[in-house]
Design a protein around this ligand. Structure first.
Ligand code: BGC
Length: 899
């Protein structure tokens, strides 16, 4: 039986927290490096930030003052800083390692709020811990008991047993105990019999060649007085387990065996510290975990448990000394993002027993995660098998063909107790259905796992299908943000495909605060860039031969620029500008004629487009232009005038080359596909006089196809924004509401609970799509989500605004919708809009955060009819709306709306 603490009552995951109410200005949601109250901060000059709330109209911060204390002493007082900044870089005395800094921000006018952060290891020479692992010299290799019913398939035969490590320490009485822990592999840390922290799949996945993250835990309460037992379980994970589609042996790109590193820092009453690290005095053994693999699953034999192994009194004489395998600390980096956590539990919606001993459980939702299994009355040695799948086949059995070589199967061998509980810890599956065999009296709970990025946005509307679409998008985001942004959570892939990440990023940012999550991923992108400047197709980089792909490599420019726009943190551009430049220079070097023809790497085109072939050169060159433009803009923000001018000039020459090569005098774009037009229009590559004609050709293509889309990954997110920007709201809504193939509604009509990888994941004619590539949980086609927020509900920010300083509220009443609403937690505070059409009246409720100056477009058929809280409003009539500017606060507009 795995002893794990019981899950807390499920918390509603998708809800935005309430903003503090009241008529005075209040800072709230204080953060350090974009995280709440982080332990183990490694930045020498961390950035502190806060949001603001006030119910008073026009409220804005005039000045702020930050004071930071450590060990009772003031270490930094910013003094009063005039202005509206809602972030500041720590400016006090150099930070000390493993120290709690309490900080307080006060605003004028307004109040004060307090928070804290703690540092980790700030100087490399402070590490004393060595990397330890199983030492094959000191112990004969583990021989599992022979049992011909052992659940070892050809694929799992090579999986070694995870190792258990322990050491008992006699620490002098301590006032605070912290543990910094990392693994090349996956670890679970335990202190005196209790798991430390609630992070899963720690330390997470990064480019281990360059960066291995460590986490810090506050274990003061677990350590108590007296001897402290520190234990850890160590498994292969991304380091040495199956990865991508390679068989395990080839997949081991980082190392053959996992390694563990633990450093304990105990602080005593008089301020002195005891620091102890992993070394050859630790002991190791195998245990009930017979194997654990992210793709294959886990095998746990409860008969092999060693009760008390993680407690001080345990007799470990039969355990072997651990081997010291490395003493280098140069790759250790502080963990910069929220960990993966279990964020929700799902009670099955259906349990069927077909009568052959199997139980088929339906969680009602496709997730990334695992199950908790409760067994009653299983005899000793009974083997229970859990298989996972995203769908059922025609006979009601589990459909697993699309998992390819991922077995996604867990095994539990019972100890024979009346009630036993099993929950795997070092694997994750993408599934909705679970098949349990080997014992009938079972209960299953679904456990949802993903990077616990805070919820940042809410969208809703009057249409069930559109609401479900946003629900599916959010679930695909949760299912694929598992330490890194992946393409899919179920099959033997689960890689950080760069195009998937960049096309989905705008949607991701609306749904969740992904600032910290993508900061780490970008660090991996930068260190994986080739000497030439090519960006790999997947980050972390694991497929050495694939890089330099149009639309994929451009994540190097699109991601930092978008993060800057959303979060207003210019450091991401400072860190990324060299990499952005190297990418653009690389493409230019290979394409001196400025049309991206050269196959510098792979080319996937408009991936998974429906029935058309967008010109690859059009797509590639449009991305080249975009990347040059974003690099120029980034250089401007960073203050590099020469680079700004250089890339602006390059962008304009690419634009000219694009027009010469691909845009004809009647506004046609080579290839004539929707994605071709969308890319050209969205990225300003059609000369202004030809824009109406180009839009006309795009619209004609859609109309000729009976208002059906043909877009793949590169084009799909642009449909809504481009059509609505050019006045074709009706067409945009037709696509949104469509449920014929290919459309979002098509999958929803078939019961999809996540976004499918392909438009034809399942069809009436063909049933399941090609098994070689048919994930039911892939977010790229869900990149329409950003338009639901910024188009349909209408909350966004102006071009040129960063960090939502200048928000726009420009709703788009139309389609089948009677109302739509969105709320978003900007860096300044809450921005929200809700419109509703009732009879001949449109009502628009708006909320603007303190310090922002918002442009509101009140949609109306009669600009003279517009009122705000009953008072007539003046403004400029434009594009079917009355446009006005409002400062912070809540506003209630009404306007005539005749359709
Ligand atoms: C992945 C994608 C990825 C693509 C590139 C697929 O196998 O699942 O999402 O972008 O390959 O071709």
């Amino acid at each position: 039986m795995v002893s794990r603490s019981l899950p807390e009552a499920p918390r509603p995951y998708d809800l935005l927290p309430e903003v503090p109410a009241g008529d005075s200005l209040r800072p709230y949601d204080l953060r350090c490096e974009h995280l709440g109250t982080p332990l183990g901060v490694g930045a020498p000059v961390p950035r502190l930030s806060w949001r603001l709330a006030s119910d008073r109209r026009g409220d804005a911060q005039e000045a702020y003052r930050i004071r930071v204390h450590a060990r009772g002493a003031l270490v930094w007082d910013s003094g009063w800083v005039e202005g509206q900044d809602v972030s500041a870089d720590y400016g006090g005395a150099p930070l000390a390692s493993f120290t709690r800094y309490t900080w307080r921000v006060e605003t004028r006018p307004g109040e004060a709020a307090e928070s804290w952060f703690e540092t980790g290891v700030l100087h490399r020479d402070e590490w004393v811990a060595a990397w330890i692992g199983h030492d094959p010299e000191t112990e004969p290799p583990f021989e599992p008991p022979t049992d011909d019913r052992e659940p070892r398939s050809a694929r799992t035969a090579s999986l070694p047993a995870p190792r258990y490590f322990r050491r008992v320490l006699d620490l002098p009485p301590a006032t605070a105990v912290r543990i910094a822990c990392s693994a090349r592999g996956l670890y679970e840390l335990r202190v005196n019999g209790v798991r430390a922290g609630d992070g899963e799949l720690t330390p997470g996945w990064t480019d281990y060649r360059h960066r291995v993250p460590y986490q810090v835990y506050d274990v003061t309460n677990l350590a108590g007085d007296g001897p402290v037992c520190v234990g850890a379980i160590l498994a292969d994970g991304w380091w040495s387990g199956s990865l991508g589609w390679d068989a395990r042996q080839q997949a081991q790109r980082y190392g053959r065996r996992p390694q563990l590193l633990v450093q304990i820092v105990a602080e005593h009453e008089n301020g002195s510290r005891t620091v102890v690290g992993t070394d050859g005095r630790w002991r190791e053994s195998t245990g009930p975990l017979r194997y654990a693999d992210l793709l294959m699953g886990e095998w746990y034999d409860a008969r092999l448990e060693q009760p008390g192994w993680d407690l001080p009194g345990f007799g470990d004489t039969s355990w072997a000394p651990a081997g010291v395998v490395d003493t280098a600390h140069d790759v250790l980096v502080p963990s910069v993002a929220e960990p993966v956590r279990v964020t929700q539990d799902l009670v099955p919606v259906d349990v069927r027993r077909p009568g052959d001993g199997r139980t088929i459980v339906d969680l009602g939702q496709n997730i990334a995660g695992r199950v908790r299994l409760v067994l009653r009355g299983a005899p000793e040695g009974a083997r229970v098998t859990l298989r996972h799948g995203e769908a059922l086949d025609d006979d009601g059995g589990l459909y697993t063909a699309n998992l390819r070589s991922a077995e996604a199967t867990d095994h539990y061998v019972a100890a024979g107790a009346a009630v036993e509980t099993f929950e795997p810890r070092f694997t994750v599956h993408g599934f909705r259905y679970v098949e349990v065999s080997g014992h009938a009296d079972v209960e299953v709970l679904g456990r949802v796992l993903h990077s616990d990025t805070p919820v940042a946005g809410e969208f809703s509307c009057s249409d069930d299908m559109v609401r479900r679409l946003m629900g599916n998008i959010r679930w695909s985001q949760r299912g694929n943000f598992v330490s890194v942004p992946t393409d899919c959570p179920q099959r033997d892939e689960r890689l950080g495909w760069t195009a998937d990440a960049q096309v989905f990023l705008p949607t991701a940012c609306y749904n969740a605060d992904v600032a910290a999550f993508f900061t780490g991923w970008l660090a991996d992108l930068r260190c994986a860039q080739t000497a030439e400047g090519a960006v790999p197709d997947v980050v972390p980089h694991v497929m050495t031969e694939r890089h330099g792909t149009p639309g994929w490599g451009d994540a190097a420019t699109v991601v930092p620029w978008h993060l800057y726009r959303v979060y207003g943190d210019e450091r991401v551009l400072r860190d990324s500008l060299p990499s952005m430049r190297r990418w653009v220079d690389h493409v230019e070097r290979h394409n001196p004629g400025l049309i991206w023809r050269d196959r510098t790497g792979s080319h996937y085109g408009d991936w998974l487009q429906a029935g058309v072939r967008t010109s690859r050169e059009v797509m590639a060159t449009a991305y080249f232009a975009l990347s040059a433009e974003l690099t120029s803009k980034a250089a401007a923000v960073v203050g590099d005038a020469a680079a700004r001018a250089h890339y602006a000039e390059l962008r304009s020459r690419i634009g000219e080359a694009f027009v010469r090569a691909f845009v004809s005098a009647d506004g046609r774009v080579t290839g004539g596909t929707q994605t071709g037009y969308l890319l050209a229009l969205a990225h300003g590559l059609v000369p202004a006089p030809l824009v109406p004609a180009a839009v006309g050709h795009l619209v004609a293509d859609l109309e000729e196809r009976g208002r059906r889309l043909t877009t793949g990954f590169a084009g799909v997110g642009l449909l809504g924004p481009v059509l609505s920007a050019h006045g074709h709201h009706d067409l945009a809504y037709s696509l949104l509401h469509d449920d014929r193939y290919p459309s979002w509604g098509y999958s929803i009509k078939r019961g999809a609970t996540t976004i499918w990888e392909r438009w034809d994941g399942w069809t009436e004619e063909g049933g399941f799509g090609p098994v070689a590539m048919n994930s039911f949980n892939h977010y790229a086609l869900g990149s329409v989500g950003a338009w639901l927020y910024s188009g349909v509900a209408g909350i966004g920010q102006e071009e040129g605004s960063a960090g939502f300083r200048r928000p726009i509220i420009r709703p788009l009443p139309g389609g089948r919708l009677r109302w739509a609403s969105a709320a978003y937690e900007t860096p300044l505070g809450r921005l929200a809009g809700r419109w509703e059409v009732d009879g001949g009246t449109l009502r628009l409720d708006v909320r603007v955060p303190p310090g922002a100056l918002a442009t509101v477009h009140v949609p109306t058929t009669d600009p003279a009819s517009v009122r705000e809280s009953g008072t007539p409003l003046s403004g400029e009539a434009a594009g079917g709306a009355l446009v006005c500017r409002v400062a912070s606060g809540r506003y209630a507009f009404t306007a005539a709306w005749e359709r």
